[in-house]
Design a protein around this ligand. Structure first.
Ligand SMILES: NC(=O)c1ccc[n+]([C@@H]2O[C@H](COP(=O)([O-])OP(=O)(O)OC[C@H]3O[C@@H](n4cnc5c(N)ncnc54)[C@H](O)[C@@H]3O)[C@@H](O)[C@H]2O)c1
Ligand SMILES: O=C(O)[C@@H]1CCCCN1
Length: 315
């Protein structure tokens, strides 16, 4: 009989997860996912239940990595919150199982993991698709993902300027105070993205907030919000002019309003570029449409668990 699962919660996760270890694991996982070899990764498109009364959704994200012996699922609730609501916009929990016995080994808080793995994958997209001489980063949105993206992007690249836009100046200024480096507050999206080499969209909006006519040709856009088939962050012009990459082609075709409603073609998955089977069009305007994948959570949870065991010698 297996023992009870360990519970690894927010502050413990914080001390155990670092971009320097996470990024290479995610790069490897994205490559494995795109090979579609069922002994490497089995990861269906997220199952989503509608929580109509609460204007939200429950996403179930199981993943099995047979060769690595990793079995994991994430439960993530996300909501269409009114501005000013004190309730959280997303809540995530990860469950790591033993694939042979079937018991739960660990239950983990998914907030920081979701923030860090999403930002790390966006930063990987920039590593692959952004022009090497990039100087200006613009972040649209000032919530949890904005913060993790600021941390991951400034950790991995040396931008001369980081700009941020939020619908209220107050939120943008609060964001500036929460980060460790200099940030320019912009009063409009247009001002924030003018001449930017990299743009991260991390909003909860459901209508386009970033328009192609404002985007510098050759810029790289990591589009992280709008994870429902009828939600948008980017307009049709941008979606059609850019070369579009996704984490999962099936995920993008099922869940991304920006892809589905614009009719844009997904040129490749990030894993295809990592595997060398598709080109990284750095010279063109590129969009990475991120929906979030279970395999990203699985490798992150395994990393946290491995670190936790290392720091808990009695096990
Ligand atoms: N792709 C992924 O893997 C992934 C993972 C987690 C979250 N997300 C998505 O990323 C987005 C941001 O998540 P978060 O956790 O940072 O949320 P958050 O609530 O912490 O922050 C959301 C930000 O969007 C702003 N905002 C809200 N409505 C807006 C609107 N109509 N127009 C412009 N800005 C608006 C808020 O002011 C805030 O700055 C959400 O859409 C979430 O579902 C994606
Ligand atoms: O992959 C995730 O964790 C997120 C949660 C919120 C909605 C979109 N996808």
């Amino acid at each position: 009989m297996a023992g009870p699962p360990v519970v690894i919660w927010d502050q413990d996760v914080e001390g155990l997860l670092h971009y320097r270890e996470l990024v290479p694991r995610l790069e490897e996982a994205l490559g494995k996912f795109s090979r579609r070899d069922s002994t490497e990764v089995i990861q269906p498109v997220r199952t989503t239940l509608t929580l109509q009364k609460h204007h939200g959704f429950l996403g179930l994200m199981p993943t099995y990595m047979e060769n690595d012996g990793v079995l994991c699922t994430k439960f993530v609730c996300f909501y269409k919150r009114e501005d000013g609501s004190s309730l959280p916009a997303t809540q995530a929990t990860l469950v790591l199982l033993d694939p042979e016995y079937g018991n739960v080994k660990a239950v983990m808080d998914g907030e920081l993991i979701t923030g860090m793995r999403t930002a790390a994958v966006s930063a990987i997209s920039a590593k692959l698709l952004m022009r090497p001489e990039a100087e200006v980063l613009a972040i649209l949105g000032t919530g949890k993902q904005a913060l993790s993206h600021y941390n991951a992007f400034t950790d991995m690249f040396s931008f001369k300027e980081v700009r941020v836009w939020s619908r209220t100046r107050q939120k943008a200024e609060r964001f500036c105070r929460s980060v460790s480096g200099p940030v320019t507050v912009c009063v409009s999206v247009q001002e924030a993205v003018r001449g930017a080499d990299a743009i991260v969209t991390v909003t909860r909006c459901t209508e386009p907030v970033l328009f192609g006519q404002w985007v510098k040709p050759g810029a790289h856009v990591a589009a992280v919000g709008a994870c429902r088939p009828d939600w948008r962050e980017l307009d049709d012009v941008l979606m059609k002019e850019a070369v579009v990459y996704a984490d999962s082609r099936e995920g993008a075709m099922a869940e991304s309003g920006d892809v589905i409603l614009s009719g844009a073609e997904v040129f490749a998955e990030l894993g295809d570029v990592i595997n060398g089977t598709k080109t990284a069009h750095r010279e063109k305007t590129t969009v990475f449409k991120s929906l979030g994948m279970g395999v990203e959570d699985a490798v992150s949870a395994q990393l946290v668990f491995d670190q936790w065991k290392r720091h808990t010698p009695k096990l």
